[in-house]
Design a protein around this ligand. Structure first.
Ligand SMILES: Cc1cc2nc3c(=O)[nH]c(=O)nc-3n(C[C@H](O)[C@H](O)[C@H](O)COP(=O)(O)OP(=O)(O)OC[C@H]3O[C@@H](n4cnc5c(N)ncnc54)[C@H](O)[C@@H]3O)c2cc1C
Length: 360
């Protein structure tokens, strides 16, 4: 095989085995949220991505939940089952790596109704006219709940996996620039944990990263964001609105703009619950400000005052300025003008009294 015909070694169906380098909580312990910063080595991946792109993380399931399912079905876990369209695997391995074992599929619910001795409510809820009621009923309910609640519904491992959907990768906005970090990718993740029906639950991928990725590979592959990149012209001003983990891609934007010495102004709106415990990447943002990369930072912490305050309130307070920046961009992009030409054009609109601002 020649170099030209050689396929790249990694793909969406064959993700790169990343190595977790850093797994750090960045919201404080008394925050209502568990926000974490991850750094994953991508050495040897040949990955290329742009700020704004995401990384697909291919999680595996919680082994404890897998054990509980195996136990509830009364089987050993060593039975051979289909794992993919072409491959088989021991039941336990397939539950760990190939199937979604939390969210019940319609097929699974139907099979429970057919096989369990008494499920009048669920049977009714499966009627298409009760879709909304079914959704409410299912909130916080997982596959394991149905198996435990309806022991009379018996399935062989092969029957069981046929009722599940495929375990899907989850996307996370890339929070670092390749120019600054060519060997690693950074992610900012809110870890999902909650209690329902007397059981602690966790998001599959967020808890995989937080709890189970330290020892083994973290399978990843980049996903291009078609409509979410920095403007090509480094002089173009950017307004970024990133509440919560929405900040992640803008950390990459700012790193990139710093790395290339871009002159465009960068204005960031960030919001979260409480400044004292939820101001993620505060040190990074303060450094960007001190270095002059972040021209302006407006924050909104919803729970720090009696009246809830969100980023959109901060934006409204600055509506006139945002509109002005947006107008300049429209003139530049739609009018095919340079920054200087666009500024001159708007000045002319003002002197001709064709552009009026209501500033107060
Ligand atoms: C382009 C893109 C970029 C993204 N970037 C980021 C990012 O940078 N950071 C980030 O953290 N996320 C990001 N996400 C979201 C991320 O992909 C996952 O959806 C998220 O982490 C949850 O995945 P999970 O596997 O942990 O949870 P899952 O196992 O998928 O579970 C999530 C489900 O749990 C249920 N649930 C959650 N809370 C409760 C509750 N209190 N009670 C009952 N049920 C509940 C809901 O049904 C919810 O849909 C992004 C998504 C996209 C599409």
């Amino acid at each position: 095989m020649t170099a030209e015909t050689a396929k790249p070694p990694y793909s969406r169906t064959r993700p790169f085995p990343g190595k977790l380098l850093v797994n750090r909580r960045i919201s404080s312990e008394d925050s209502g949220k568990e926000t974490r910063h991850f750094e994953i080595s991508i050495v040897g991946s040949s990955f290329h991505y742009e700020p704004g792109d995401s990384m697909a993380v291919y999680p595996s399931n919680d082994p404890q939940l897998v054990n509980e399912i195996i136990q509830a079905l009364g089987v050993s876990g060593n039975e051979t089952v289909p794992a993919t369209k072409t491959e088989s695997a021991p039941f336990r391995e397939a539950l760990l790596h190939n199937y979604s074992i939390t969210t019940p599929t319609p097929k699974f619910l139907k099979a429970i109704v057919e096989r369990a001795s008494a499920t009048p409510l669920l049977g009714d809820l499966l009627d298409p006219s009760r879709k909304h009621d079914l959704q409410q009923y299912l909130w916080g309910m997982e596959v394991i709940d149905f198996l435990v609640d309806h022991p009379s519904a018996r399935f062989t491992p092969t029957e069981f996996v046929a009722l599940l959907s495929k375990l899907q990768p989850r996307l996370y906005s890339i929070a670092s620039s390749l120019r600054l970090y060519p060997d690693e990718v950074h992610l900012m993740v809110d870890v999902i944990r909650y209690e329902s029906h007397g059981r602690m639950r966790a998001g599959v991928a967020s808890a995989f990263l937080a709890d189970r990725a330290n020892d083994g590979p973290v399978p990843i592959y980049p996903a291009v964001a078609k409509h979410f990149h920095l403007p090509e012209n480094p002089d173009t001003a950017v307004i970024m609105v990133g509440p919560g983990t929405g900040l992640a891609p803008f950390r990459a934007f700012l790193q990139e703009r710093q790395a290339i010495g871009a002159c465009g102004r960068n204005w960031l709106f960030f919001g979260s619950q409480r400044e004292a415990c939820d101001f993620s990447y505060r040190a990074d943002l303060e450094r960007f400000k001190a270095d002059g990369v972040l021209t302006r930072l407006d924050t909104a912490f919803s729970r720090d005052q009696a009246q809830k305050m969100y980023v959109q309130h901060r934006m409204l307070e600055n509506a006139a300025e945002i509109f002005d920046a947006a107008l300049r961009r429209i003139v530049r992009e739609q009018g095919g003008k340079s920054v200087e030409e666009a500024n001159a054009y708007i000045e002319k609109l003002k002197t001709d009294k064709r552009y009026k601002r209501d500033v107060y």
